[in-house]
Write a protein that binds this ligand. Structure first.
Ligand SMILES: [Fe+2]
Length: 128
């Protein structure tokens, strides 16, 4: 998976993804949002999606360094956003979701206040 829209000199520029999912760097392990969801769902049926930043390697969760928010999309369709307060919350959310007309892989974004925006995705099959 290639990084897109990024400036290597400024970590806050663009969206970062894993360069090689089989050989993640420490920075990638700390920041990639991990999506847990069924492999297959029925259209219009509610299911739960969990997104956790720091599941692969713990991310700091302190006043000066924390995950600010987590968003989920189906393809490019926005599903939800959760704002976090740093040391008073933990970057793991579970939200019920229903896919009506949305399609495409689930795509999560997590925003670190120091290390920018990170993206991960998960394929999901939607049965009619
Ligand atoms: Fe960070």
């Amino acid at each position: 998976m290639a990084n897109k829209y990024i400036c290597e000199q400024d970590i806050l520029c663009g969206v970062r993804t894993a360069k090689d999912l089989n050989n993640l760097s420490e920075l990638e392990e700390k920041h990639l949002p991990v999506i847990t969801a069924p492999e297959r769902v029925k259209r219009n049926q509610i299911f739960e999606v969990t997104i956790e930043v720091g599941k692969l390697r713990p991310h700091p969760n302190e006043p000066g360094h924390f995950i600010e928010w987590i968003e989920l999309y189906s393809g490019d369709t926005f599903l939800f956003r959760v704002s976090l307060s740093g040391s008073l919350s933990f970057p793991k959310v579970t939200i019920p979701v229903k896919l009506t007309h949305a399609h495409g892989p689930l795509k999560a974004w997590g925003k670190c206040n120091l290390h920018g925006l990170w993206e991960n995705s998960k394929e999901i099959e939607v049965e009619e």
